[in-house]
Design a protein around this ligand. Structure first.
Ligand SMILES: N=c1c2ncn([C@@H]3O[C@H](COP(=O)(O)OP(=O)(O)OP(=O)(O)O)[C@@H](O)[C@H]3O)c2ncn1[C@@H]1O[C@H](COP(=O)(O)O)[C@@H](O)[C@H]1O
Length: 106
Protein backbone atom coordinates (compact mmCIF):
# COMPACT_ATOMS: atom_id res chain seq x y z
CA UNK A 1 0.00 0.00 0.00
CA UNK A 2 1.17 3.53 -0.80
CA UNK A 3 2.48 5.62 2.10
CA UNK A 4 1.35 8.80 0.35
CA UNK A 5 -0.51 11.13 2.74
CA UNK A 6 -2.57 14.30 2.57
CA UNK A 7 0.37 16.04 4.27
CA UNK A 8 2.53 15.02 1.27
CA UNK A 9 -0.07 16.45 -1.12
CA UNK A 10 -0.30 19.62 0.99
CA UNK A 11 3.47 20.10 0.57
CA UNK A 12 3.25 19.56 -3.22
CA UNK A 13 0.39 22.06 -3.45
CA UNK A 14 2.29 24.69 -1.42
CA UNK A 15 5.30 24.24 -3.73
CA UNK A 16 3.28 24.31 -6.98
CA UNK A 17 1.34 27.39 -5.83
CA UNK A 18 4.57 29.33 -6.43
CA UNK A 19 4.81 28.17 -10.07
CA UNK A 20 3.51 30.05 -13.09
CA UNK A 21 -0.28 29.81 -13.62
CA UNK A 22 0.51 28.81 -17.22
CA UNK A 23 2.23 25.63 -16.10
CA UNK A 24 0.35 24.69 -12.91
CA UNK A 25 -3.35 24.14 -12.19
CA UNK A 26 -2.62 24.79 -8.51
CA UNK A 27 -0.96 28.13 -9.27
CA UNK A 28 -3.81 29.03 -11.64
CA UNK A 29 -6.41 28.37 -8.93
CA UNK A 30 -4.49 30.25 -6.24
CA UNK A 31 -3.97 33.21 -8.61
CA UNK A 32 -7.72 33.27 -9.35
CA UNK A 33 -8.45 33.76 -5.64
CA UNK A 34 -10.14 31.86 -2.79
CA UNK A 35 -13.64 32.34 -4.23
CA UNK A 36 -12.71 30.60 -7.50
CA UNK A 37 -10.98 27.77 -5.61
CA UNK A 38 -14.02 27.42 -3.33
CA UNK A 39 -16.35 27.26 -6.36
CA UNK A 40 -14.23 24.48 -7.82
CA UNK A 41 -14.34 22.66 -4.46
CA UNK A 42 -18.14 22.87 -4.51
CA UNK A 43 -18.27 21.42 -8.04
CA UNK A 44 -15.99 18.55 -7.05
CA UNK A 45 -18.11 17.89 -3.95
CA UNK A 46 -21.24 17.62 -6.10
CA UNK A 47 -19.44 15.25 -8.49
CA UNK A 48 -18.40 13.06 -5.54
CA UNK A 49 -21.98 13.06 -4.24
CA UNK A 50 -23.30 11.98 -7.65
CA UNK A 51 -20.75 9.15 -7.81
CA UNK A 52 -21.73 8.02 -4.30
CA UNK A 53 -25.44 8.06 -5.11
CA UNK A 54 -24.82 6.12 -8.34
CA UNK A 55 -22.72 3.61 -6.42
CA UNK A 56 -19.94 3.87 -9.02
CA UNK A 57 -16.88 2.86 -6.99
CA UNK A 58 -14.19 3.92 -9.49
CA UNK A 59 -15.88 7.26 -10.11
CA UNK A 60 -16.24 7.83 -6.35
CA UNK A 61 -12.53 7.20 -5.85
CA UNK A 62 -11.58 9.58 -8.69
CA UNK A 63 -13.99 12.31 -7.58
CA UNK A 64 -12.88 11.94 -3.95
CA UNK A 65 -9.29 12.50 -5.08
CA UNK A 66 -10.37 15.67 -6.94
CA UNK A 67 -12.32 16.76 -3.85
CA UNK A 68 -9.46 16.27 -1.38
CA UNK A 69 -6.99 17.99 -3.71
CA UNK A 70 -9.28 21.00 -4.15
CA UNK A 71 -10.01 21.17 -0.40
CA UNK A 72 -6.26 21.43 0.25
CA UNK A 73 -6.01 24.22 -2.36
CA UNK A 74 -8.87 26.10 -0.65
CA UNK A 75 -7.23 25.67 2.77
CA UNK A 76 -3.97 27.07 1.37
CA UNK A 77 -5.83 29.97 -0.25
CA UNK A 78 -7.15 30.91 3.21
CA UNK A 79 -3.90 30.17 5.08
CA UNK A 80 -5.34 27.22 6.95
CA UNK A 81 -2.89 24.38 7.61
CA UNK A 82 -4.00 20.77 7.26
CA UNK A 83 -2.67 20.15 10.79
CA UNK A 84 -5.27 22.60 12.15
CA UNK A 85 -8.05 20.57 10.52
CA UNK A 86 -6.52 17.34 11.82
CA UNK A 87 -6.24 18.83 15.33
CA UNK A 88 -9.95 19.64 15.16
CA UNK A 89 -10.70 16.06 14.12
CA UNK A 90 -8.41 14.71 16.84
CA UNK A 91 -10.18 16.83 19.49
CA UNK A 92 -13.48 15.29 18.37
CA UNK A 93 -12.28 11.73 18.96
CA UNK A 94 -13.06 12.00 22.68
CA UNK A 95 -16.78 11.56 22.04
CA UNK A 96 -19.15 10.19 19.46
CA UNK A 97 -20.66 12.30 16.71
CA UNK A 98 -24.10 11.76 18.20
CA UNK A 99 -23.01 13.08 21.62
CA UNK A 100 -21.41 16.09 19.92
CA UNK A 101 -24.59 16.80 17.94
CA UNK A 102 -26.71 16.57 21.12
CA UNK A 103 -24.38 19.02 22.92
CA UNK A 104 -24.69 21.49 19.99
CA UNK A 105 -28.49 21.75 20.20
CA UNK A 106 -28.48 22.38 23.96
N1 LIG B 1 -4.18 16.02 -7.40
C1 LIG B 1 -4.20 16.91 -8.25
C2 LIG B 1 -5.40 17.19 -9.02
N2 LIG B 1 -6.62 16.60 -9.01
C3 LIG B 1 -7.33 17.26 -9.94
N3 LIG B 1 -6.59 18.22 -10.53
C4 LIG B 1 -6.94 19.13 -11.63
O1 LIG B 1 -8.15 19.79 -11.34
C5 LIG B 1 -8.62 20.35 -12.55
C6 LIG B 1 -10.13 20.45 -12.49
O2 LIG B 1 -10.72 19.31 -12.96
P1 LIG B 1 -11.95 19.45 -13.96
O3 LIG B 1 -12.19 18.11 -14.55
O4 LIG B 1 -13.08 20.10 -13.26
O5 LIG B 1 -11.28 20.42 -15.05
P2 LIG B 1 -11.91 21.47 -15.99
O6 LIG B 1 -13.25 21.00 -16.39
O7 LIG B 1 -10.89 21.72 -17.04
O8 LIG B 1 -12.05 22.76 -15.06
P3 LIG B 1 -12.65 24.18 -15.47
O9 LIG B 1 -11.48 24.98 -16.03
O10 LIG B 1 -13.71 23.93 -16.47
O11 LIG B 1 -13.15 24.78 -14.18
C7 LIG B 1 -8.03 19.52 -13.69
O12 LIG B 1 -7.14 20.34 -14.42
C8 LIG B 1 -7.28 18.44 -12.95
O13 LIG B 1 -6.08 18.06 -13.59
C9 LIG B 1 -5.38 18.20 -9.98
N4 LIG B 1 -4.29 18.99 -10.20
C10 LIG B 1 -3.19 18.75 -9.47
N5 LIG B 1 -3.10 17.73 -8.52
C11 LIG B 1 -1.85 17.53 -7.76
O14 LIG B 1 -1.10 18.71 -7.73
C12 LIG B 1 0.18 18.52 -8.30
C13 LIG B 1 0.64 19.78 -8.99
O15 LIG B 1 -0.20 20.03 -10.10
P4 LIG B 1 0.03 21.40 -10.92
O16 LIG B 1 -0.24 22.49 -9.98
O17 LIG B 1 -0.96 21.38 -12.07
O18 LIG B 1 1.43 21.37 -11.39
C14 LIG B 1 0.02 17.34 -9.25
O19 LIG B 1 1.24 16.69 -9.51
C15 LIG B 1 -0.93 16.47 -8.43
O20 LIG B 1 -0.19 15.82 -7.41
Amino acid sequence: MSAFTLADLERIIAERAKASPEESWTAKLIAAGPERAAKKLGEEAVEAVIAAVKGDRDELIAESADLLYHLLVVLLSRDVALRDVLSQLEARTVRSGLAEKAARSR
